[in-house]
Design a protein around this ligand. Structure first.
Ligand code: GAP
Length: 437
């Protein structure tokens, strides 16, 4: 059974490489451990996931503003936030084979799981932040960190955003951006990497309303994954016990997905209380309190955070969409991605390369290209072309055939049902648009 699930991951990784979703980073140099590059289809898919999140979290709301803060921040931010002192994983080395483990992964073991020797070191704390230097002198006064979470960029901009947008509490600030963690054990393809992208939202509230907003955001985020097309029976909630809570959190729930390698965290919803703003107020002397007319009092806002990983969401949608359908002949792989995030929305296929079909197909292609990411393919049998598009997750194939010249109609083949229906060319933008936008 374990073998079967591993095979599925192997086949998915191989599909990602073959079709241009994800490549190993610096591959011609032998790759760089845990770093990955997104190819043409992967870059589109990632962009669509980010847009899907941004639209749900900001565009369609009145109470959440967007932000794009710098990766490098004042180093004091990370002292204030607690990351310098507390953002650690316990690390154990093997003195014989030099393998490294997170202590909690090998708890209770006396022998190295890699080489079998009893040469494991004591556990020591390892800070996960990447350091670099700002400016020409590489000394301790020039140390800056690559941010390990995007959240702090939001907290330090709380006043700027509040004042410039004239938002009143309760309101939120959302941001998508890179984060870096020097993970001890990265792995499972793009699941845990040292460079990744987060999609985070911090919602500022009156402390007395924390339970209500916590539950509200749990529900919103759960529904977002369903709207993304993730199978409902593949996600579940996990509440953090006291030992698991991050240093900033009073309460935390993860949304977990059942990957082929087990149930794993996708996103965290956290009640961070006034921990962050209080600490930043204390460190900077800036007044981060808020006067709420509804409560006629001044307070430091509490924060409900929703924190998702973009790369992890991308892996989730790929795993969830991956299907092998034996009824489709030898090329049986289908990526049943939601049309809203599919990298290519429609393929335009002239049935044959003659009888005026390519000319009409090219015109359809150029017209649709103004609205959607579409692909023109005239190579090989139409069956082979359908199979290639199924594997790329393209939801619709538009075929120009002998009848097109007679009545300006084409067929649209649905990726999932393989049903073909005939429509007027003039209706294509509308018909594709209602499915993919
Ligand atoms: N601001 C809170 C925060 O960063 P987290 O639970 O440490 O919380 C949030 O991270 C999300 O970021 C995770 O649920 C995961 O989706 C993503 N993430 C964290 N570490 C990651 C890694 N090393 N590689 C890929 N994604 C990661």
């Amino acid at each position: 059974m374990a073998k079967k699930t591993d095979d599925k991951m192997d086949r998915l990784v191989s599909l990602c490489k073959r079709r241009g979703f994800v490549f190993p980073s610096s591959e011609i140099y032998g790759g760089l451990n845990s770093c990955w590059d997104y190819g043409p289809l992967g870059a589109e898919l990632k962009r669509n996931i980010k847009t899907f999140w941004w639209e749900a979290m900001t565009t369609r709301r009145d109470d959440v503003e967007g932000l794009d803060a710098a990766i490098l921040m004042h180093p004091q931010v990370w002292i204030t936030s607690g990351h310098v002192a507390e953002f650690h994983d316990p690390l154990i080395d093997c003195k014989t084979c030099k393998a490294r483990f997170r202590a909690d992964d090998i708890a209770g073991k006396t022998r190295c799981p890699n080489c079998g020797n009893e040469t494991l070191t004591e556990s020591r704390q390892f800070n996960l932040m990447f350091k670099t230097f700002m400016g020409p002198v590489e000394d301790s006064t020039a140390v800056v960190y690559l941010r390990p979470e995007t959240a702090q960029g939001i907290y330090v901009n709380f006043l700027n955003v509040k004042n410039s947008s004239r938002q009143k509490i309760p309101f939120g600030i959302a941001q998508i951006g890179k984060a870096f963690r020097n993970e001890i054990t990265p792995g499972n393809f793009i699941f845990r990497t040292r460079e990744f992208e987060q999609m985070e939202m911090q919602f500022f509230i009156h402390p007395s309303e924390d339970e209500r907003w916590f539950e509200y955001w749990r529900e919103e985020r759960w529904n977002w994954y369903l709207e993304l097309g993730i199978k409902k029976d593949k996600i579940r909630w996990h509440e953090h016990g006291q030992g698991e809570l991050a240093h900033y959190a009073r309460k935390a729930y993860d949304i977990e997905y059942e990957f082929p390698f087990g149930w794993k965290e996708l996103e965290g919803v956290h009640n961070r209380t006034d921990f962050d703003l209080s600490r930043h107020q204390q460190a900077t002397g800036k007044d981060l309190s808020y006067f709420d007319e509804r409560f006629t009092e001044k307070f430091i806002p509490y924060i409900i955070e929703t924190s998702a990983g973009c790369d992890r969401t991308l892996l989730t949608v790929l795993v969830d969409a991956y299907d092998e359908d034996p009824t489709r002949g030898d090329k049986s792989t289908v990526l049943r991605l939601s049309p809203r995030i599919a990298p290519i929305k429609a393929a335009i296929l002239p049935l044959v390369n003659k009888d005026g079909m390519p000319e009409i197909a090219e015109k359809v292609y150029h017209d649709l290209k103004k609205k959607f990411k579409v692909f023109y393919d005239d190579g090989g049998s139409v069956g082979r072309r359908y199979a290639r598009m199924d594997e790329a997750g393209c939801p619709f194939c538009i075929t120009i055939d002998g009848q097109t010249k007679e009545d300006e109609t084409v067929t649209i083949r649905d990726r999932d049902s393989m049903q073909q229906t005939r429509h007027k060319i003039a209706e294509l933008v509308y018909l594709i648009g209602i499915k993919v936008l």
